[in-house]
Design a protein around this ligand. Structure first.
Ligand code: TYM
Length: 333
């Protein structure tokens, strides 16, 4: 065997500033994985243009996201960090997989339905075929696992279906990966509307990684809860979505189990609970923000990281792409 270590791959779109959902869902768990797995983490910039972007802002967010990956503990010596558009094999395999992905299955994707409802004036073909590009992002690296939040599970499942369909025709070309979803933090809800996931599209309920501590505290103090006064700090996502979300955030930020949190706040009200959660988040994000700022001041270093990352990613990606091209019958150059 050429490589005994299991492989992981994942990406985040630099379509907005990274938020607590991105962090506590997948990103927070990635640093512990780099010791055990061969990891590929990228800025999914190709995906962002399915929605209109301001070019200068997109470039800046891509760079900031790279600095944030490193600041979160992704040591570029120990894993591969790269920008998706720097590795053309993603779009090349994406096209091939488009031809093995069915119109019907793409039509069922929840994210397509949501995004096309929100951007009714720009329902472009890229938004529709996005899952086959995401399948290419994954399958190029032959991973065992794809660590994502709950909302991306459907896209990893369609990736498995595409891989199985392709393998069914051409033999074992792709490894069929599993989604890897953390138990705590997989679905962080918005602070202002806890029935929907935390997302940059609702900024008042969304905590950004680079936000100032006082703004974070304000958002937590205003977090929507309920009118329960008996024993309010209880984990019950159906009856108490706001409080359960805060418990989940506190648990993810501090590593405390739910039961310990309930005991810590037994008999106390939201006035005591909400600022403690806010402070835990501020403390958890502080070193990341400071390190990101430090790294952003050293663009030359970041450039060495993204260049080396692209080379390492491309080497692996091209091996898979060559195999695919051969299988489908393209004449070698
Ligand atoms: P994206 O950019 O929307 O989100 C990045 C990651 O953050 C997770 N996430 C959340 N987790 C918990 N609670 C939330 N509120 C929350 N919001 C977002 C997402 O599940 C995701 O893991 N299509 C992907 C990006 C992508 C990708 C890939 C991922 C492109 N190619 C290949 C894995 C493998 C996306 O739009 O995620």
């Amino acid at each position: 065997m050429e490589n005994q270590k299991k492989v992981m791959v994942s990406g985040i779109q630099p379509s907005g500033d990274l938020h607590l959902g991105n962090y506590l869902g997948p990103l927070h768990h990635w640093p512990e994985m780099i010791a055990e797995f061969d990891c590929y983490f990228f800025m999914a910039d190709l995906h962002t243009i399915t929605v209109r972007q301001d070019p200068a802002a997109l470039r800046k967010r891509t760079l900031t996201q790279l600095a944030q990956y490193i600041a979160c503990g992704l040591d570029p010596e120990k894993c591969v960090l790269f920008v998706q558009s720097h590795v053309p094999a993603h779009t090349q395999l994406g096209w091939v997989l488009d031809c093995y992905t069915m119109f019907g299955e793409l039509s069922r994707m929840t994210q397509f339905k949501d995004k096309s409802a929100r951007n009714a004036d720009n329902i472009n073909a890229g938004l529709f075929t996005y899952p086959s590009l995401m399948a290419a992002d994954i399958l190029l690296y032959q991973p065992d696992f794809v660590p994502v939040g709950e909302d991306q599970k459907q896209h990893v499942e369609i990736c498995r279906d595409i891989a199985e369909r392709f393998n069914g025709v051409y033999g074992d070309v792709f490894k069929v990966p599993q989604p890897y979803i953390a138990k705590v933090g997989a679905r962080i809800m918005g602070l202002s509307a806890p029935e929907s996931k935390m997302s940059k599209s609702v900024p008042e309920g969304c905590v950004f990684l680079m936000e100032k501590p006082e703004d974070i505290m304000r958002k937590f103090k205003r977090a929507v809860t309920d009118s329960d006064t008996e024993n309010p700090v209880r984990y019950d996502p159906k009856a108490k979505p706001g409080v359960s979300n805060l418990i989940q955030i506190y648990a993810a930020a501090t590593g405390k189990p739910f039961a310990e949190i309930e005991a810590e706040f037994a008999g106390k009200g939201y006035g005591a609970f909400k600022p403690v959660v806010g402070e835990a988040v501020v403390e958890c994000l502080r070193p990341i923000r400071e390190e990101t700022e430090r790294l952003l001041a050293d663009k030359a270093y970041l450039e060495t990281v993204w260049r080396a990352g692209a080379e390492r990613a491309e080497y692996v990606a091209m091996k898979t792409l060559r195999k695919v091209y051969k299988k489908v019958g393209f004449l070698a150059r």
